[in-house]
Design a protein around this ligand. Structure first.
Ligand SMILES: Cc1cc2nc3c(=O)[nH]c(=O)nc-3n(C[C@H](O)[C@H](O)[C@H](O)COP(=O)(O)OP(=O)(O)OC[C@H]3O[C@@H](n4cnc5c(N)ncnc54)[C@H](O)[C@@H]3O)c2cc1C
Length: 417
């Protein structure tokens, strides 16, 4: 017998409980706007998946100013710079002295734990373990989501507005008809071989390394877990590499000046492709896309998580205006406003990628050109400032000064030394 469909209603339906969806739900709740978040994965799974780790200053400000920053300030670590290694030498780019900002190392799954805790403490409605999620009636005034909840009950959720926050593999963006959507896409034809290892940190700050064997990134997730990557063929079979071979490859890419990495047990390995994508427009009818659902960046510039948060802030301000005054002006311009930052981040991520990686068809000329560029960027105040400005992030647009989130952010800025 087919189970009866359960009917529910809310102001904002949110598909996906990643950083974009949960932050949007959190900000809306501060403004007194109801939302329901629908997520296919289990809470435990989300809270255990290790992904991004670098939070821009703006992301830190949003978390602290909206009351979910205590653990971040207690256990995260502020990074005032990065090391860039090339020609066997390290060159530090300092952030406070160039742009007066910093970044924080605080893993994405910890951000998600903070958001989930806050939503549940505020009686937020997050439906983990959903399946068969589909969107309907997007161009009307009451869009609908159908899904089956974790107990197998078919559910129909009606709402005023829908947010597609279902990440890079999500399907909400395909609800925008082909003849209205442009997919801006770039494939870099190389991937990142990523590992998680039980080892102490090798460096206080992240290391971005250019070498004759290709790029490597040395970063940390906790005092005992290190995240490292090296450039590889996107078709590389991660399972075919022994631990010794992985460590040899990583060590060779950062070698020079007596430096070496602390090694340890490798407990996770995978190959991720390097791609850039922007969905244009980021809205269709009453559906608004945010985060990786609308755009992905290669991870070189550490921008993906931060863009998800900035989209949520811009969308929350527009929704506050809509529910306060019935005015759709900020919703209508949401995609254009968000896209300005998205394209800056696309440029920054592409630039960092092309400066530090060896492209499959690059030769000796390209390697010398890259070394000259790295020399210029690390060796001049203007170069260091350009890099620091992009890495620590640009201001998040404050489109609605009356919104709760814009007010909270203004207070944080006036308090920051
Ligand atoms: C290995 C790796 C390393 C990274 N490193 C960095 C970094 O250092 N810095 C950085 O800024 N970014 C980094 N990123 C990118 C960052 O993790 C993403 O940009 C970020 O997670 C985007 O958040 P989001 O909320 O848009 O999407 P996601 O985090 O992908 O969340 C989307 C959610 O939607 C759910 N979902 C999918 N389909 C459906 C559906 N049909 N119905 C309901 N729910 C659905 C998913 O289960 C998921 O929980 C990294 C990514 C990876 C994979």
């Amino acid at each position: 017998m087919t189970a009866q469909r359960t009917h529910a209603r809310t102001q904002v339906g949110i598909v996906g409980a990643g950083p974009a969806g949960l932050m949007l739900s959190h900000l809306l709740s501060l403004a007194g706007i109801e939302s329901v978040v629908i997520e296919t994965r289990a809470r435990e799974d989300i809270e255990a998946t290790i992904r991004a780790g670098i939070l821009e200053q703006g992301t830190v400000d949003v978390m602290v100013s909206t009351g979910i920053g205590d653990r971040l300030l207690d256990t995260g670590s502020r990074h005032d710079g990065i090391e860039i290694r090339f020609g066997g030498q390290s060159h530090r780019v300092d952030f406070p002295s160039t742009v007066g900002r910093s970044v924080h190392l605080y893993p994405q799954h910890e951000v998600l734990k903070d958001l989930i805790t806050a939503r549940l403490a505020d009686d937020g409605d997050v439906r983990f373990g959903a399946s068969d999620v589909s969107l309907h009636e997007l161009t009307g005034t009451e869009p609908v989501v159908h899904f089956t909840d974790a107990d197998g009950r078919p559910t129909e959720l009606r709402c005023d507005v829908l947010a597609g926050c279902d990440g890079a593999q999500g399907t909400t963006k395909w609800s925008i008809p082909d003849n209205r959507r442009t997919d801006h896409f770039r494939d870099y034809r190389h991937g990142w071989f990523g590992i998680l290892a039980e080892a102490p940190p090798s460096s206080k700050e992240l290391i971005y390394a250019h070498s004759e064997r290709g790029f490597a990134l040395i970063s940390s997730r906790t005092p005992t877990v290190q995240r490292m990557y090296f450039q590889c063929d996107p078709e590389e079979d991660a399972g075919a590499w022994s631990d010794n071979r992985i460590w040899d490859e990583l060590q060779s890419r950062v070698a020079g000046n007596g430096f070496s990495l602390n090694e340890g047990r490798i407990f996770q390995r995978s190959v991720i492709p390097m791609r850039s994508y922007v969905c244009d427009p980021m809205q269709h009818g009453r559906l608004f896309l945010a985060g990786d659902a609308a755009h992905t960046v290669p991870p070189t510039g550490a921008k993906g998580l931060n863009l998800a948060i900035s989209d949520a802030v811009v969308l929350a301000q527009a929704l506050e205006r809509f529910f306060d005054d019935g005015d759709t002006d900020l919703l209508d311009s949401y995609g254009r406003t968000a896209a300005q930052r998205v394209w800056r981040a696309q440029h920054f991520s592409w630039w960092m990628t092309s400066m530090l990686h060896l492209a499959p068809d690059s030769g000796d000329f390209d390697r010398h050109r890259q070394l000259a560029e790295l020399d210029q960027i690390t060796g001049s105040a203007a170069g260091r400032t350009l890099l620091a400005e992009g890495y620590t992030g640009w201001p998040i647009a404050r489109t609605n000064p009356k919104s709760v989130v814009a007010e909270a952010l203004s207070l944080t800025h006036s308090r920051r030394p």
